[in-house]
Design a protein around this ligand. Structure first.
Ligand SMILES: [Zn+2]
Length: 185
């Protein structure tokens, strides 16, 4: 049996997801949607990345894509055998497609994405049946609340910032219309 005897060490899943969360925090600090990823190979992190869509002006620069590329460079092989990708949010279809091509053994994600997730949230490309050219074992929900909290506070802050910007615009407009009145002798 293929999976017989394999023990999923939840403790190390939490450790590696913590590392992915650290990457997500770097994205947050750079005003990027806070998603982070790491690739572990035989119990060791070989690649880390955070979402850099705005920084690189590249819509494909999702954390998973950058982490996969870095992992391939680290291993000197595009086949990510014996690797696990940890990512703080469920991968989108683009990343899931790339994951299937790189063939890591497992994908562990934090919070689900019911709108655009491609690991079971919206569709499931990682465990498709019949499978694509590779099928990954998926473990969802590791540090899910922490990962979700980070994303939610990012968007809450962004909304607040927008409100403040709008308020500033209103004040600007109001003061411009008051300017001529105030300048009356
Ligand atoms: Zn993606």
């Amino acid at each position: 049996m293929e999976n017989e005897g394999r023990i999923i060490d939840l403790h190390s899943d939490i450790y590696f997801m913590g590392q992915a969360l650290r990457e997500a925090c770097k994205a947050y600090a750079a005003a990027e949607v806070p998603v982070g990823a790491v690739v572990a190979h035989e119990g060791r992190v070989i690649a880390r990345a955070w979402n850099q869509v705005e920084t690189l002006k590249d819509a494909t620069a999702h954390a998973e894509m950058l982490a996969l590329t870095a992992a391939q460079q680290a291993l000197g092989d595009w086949r990510l055998e014996k690797c696990t990708l940890y990512v703080t949010k469920e991968p989108c279809p683009m990343c899931a497609g790339a994951i299937v091509h790189c063939r890591p053994e497992r994908v562990v994600f934090g919070c689900p994405d019911p709108k655009a997730g491609a690991a079971g949230g919206w569709i499931n490309l990682l465990e498709a049946s019949p499978p694509m050219n590779h099928r990954c074992e998926v473990t969802p929900g590791v540090l899910g609340e922490e990962c979700l909290h980070l994303i939610q506070s990012f968007f809450r802050e962004a909304r607040e910032r927008k409100k403040i910007d709008r308020l500033a615009d209103v004040i600007d407009l109001a003061s411009q219309s008051l300017d001529p009145i105030l300048k009356l002798p």
